[in-house]
Design a binder for this molecule. Structure first.
Ligand SMILES: [Zn+2]
Length: 155
């Protein structure tokens, strides 16, 4: 609740609201105001490793749940132990799930590697899934970016 209300003890909050600090810059990067939005999705120090780890964890959990839902045999009980395989096929071969795979196309397409692809082999359809973890304010923008990014592959 405090994070949603933007009331966590960030340096920006301490400077602007509480007046207990004078410097509102981020403790890590020292470049931008240390707001909640900055910490969760915009810090150039965290972007190098922590945001990628978070993205990969979300993808792994998503992959685990998709496998479970589609009847893929899983060797781990919990999502956090799950290590996604490049290709998984459900019992009976109805669904194939691709993990981080480059898709071959007739012509060159620069963005051809979404995080997860669910292929319904009976219907002959594919669902492309690309994960983005953005701050609340950037959800619509990120969504539009992803749709545009994979437009050629979708076609
Ligand atoms: Zn920062």
């Amino acid at each position: 609740m405090a994070a949603q209300d933007q009331a966590l003890q960030t340096k920006y909050y301490a400077t602007e609201i509480l007046n207990t600090e004078k410097d509102s810059r981020c403790r890590l990067c020292q470049q931008f105001d240390e707001t909640i939005d900055h910490i969760i999705s915009a810090c150039p120090i965290l972007v190098k490793e922590q945001y990628i780890k978070r993205h990969d964890s979300v993808c792994a959990q998503l992959h685990f749940n998709i496998c479970k839902e589609t009847g893929v045999q899983l060797d781990k009980k919990h999502w956090y132990e799950h290590v996604p395989k490049s290709v998984e096929t459900s019992k009976g071969g109805k669904v194939t799930i691709l993990w981080n795979q480059q898709i071959q196309t007739d012509r060159t397409i620069p963005n051809n590697k979404p995080d997860i692809i669910i292929c319904n082999n009976e219907k002959g359809t594919c669902m492309l899934i690309d994960v983005a973890i953005s701050g609340d304010r950037n959800v619509t923008k990120k969504e539009a970016e992803k749709i545009l990014k994979y437009k050629d592959l979708t076609i």
